[in-house]
Design a protein around this ligand. Sequence first.
Ligand code: NDP
Length: 297
Amino acid sequence: MTAEIIDGKAFAATVREKVAGHVARLKEKHGITPGLAVVLVGEDPASQVYVRSKGKQTVEVGMNSYEHKLDADTSEADLLSLIDQLNNDPAVHGILVQLPLPDHLNSDLVINSIDPVKDVDGFHISNVGLLGTGQKSMVPCTPLGCLMMLRDRHGSLSGLNAVVLGRSNIVGKPMAQLLLGDSCTVTIAHSRTKDLPEVVRGADIVVAAVGRPQMVPGDWIKPGATVIDVGINRIEKPEGGTRLVGDVDFASAGAVAGAITPVPGGVGPMTIACLLANTLTACCRANALAEPDGLTA
Ligand code: NDP
């Protein structure tokens, strides 16, 4: 392993520290406490774990956490009515509806019913448009976390060749927009891309978000490149049991790259840290106060 390992766990801790410091000042100077409402519909076990973790970390940085757990058969009208209530609640600065929603609910309709200024996941169509046109928006948490780690390593990203593997609305596309906003030359690759290894070999920055275990080997990586591995995949261990791996083959890529994020302990911890950062940003904007430095795109 020659690459520097980018420690997302430690980085996320510094983000949470910054958020906590700013929250303390908001309370002291202005008597304002940022509040995050998380809505969970149904009992998906992974979603329950995420929601618990989000609630715990929200409280740890000094914010108010409001959890709304609804039955799996909740009607769309009832869910929309709850969102309307949260949109109009001045104590709630951020609203997150945990995805995926049960099949009978229209996710696009639900997400687009959130007030865009409270849309801390950055999935509302207005925020997507604002990001795409280079305007101030709420930025999706996972790509924001990746951007923070890249800026920390490189300083300026201007002129670097970036390849984003994956074109999903929650990771690939917003990641590409953020890199473009920082003046990278951006290529978005996907399942139909021709000669993917050659495309990736041209990249100074590789962001892998495909959801395919260890798909990117070391011989696709340009020597010295920075590799951000968003993938979270569970695979069987030869000796029994399972383990988490990314979309990049960590051992072979780490022997060539200049820096690489591990899985677990890379991008994952940054996602919730950025959710807290977005909630703080939303609160500052709602109160026409200065936004914290280094916590937004
Ligand atoms: P999606 O399944 O929505 O998108 C996957 C993308 O990868 C698609 O654009 C698809 O292309 C592309 N792709 C699939 N197979 C290939 C291939 N063989 N070659 C090239 N491109 C391919 O996934 P998400 O974006 O939601 O998530 C990606 C990964 O990131 C997952 O492992 C997920 O668990 C993880 N994740 C991690 C988060 C974190 O906090 N760390 C947060 C969110 C996601 P096409 O469009 O052509 O089908």
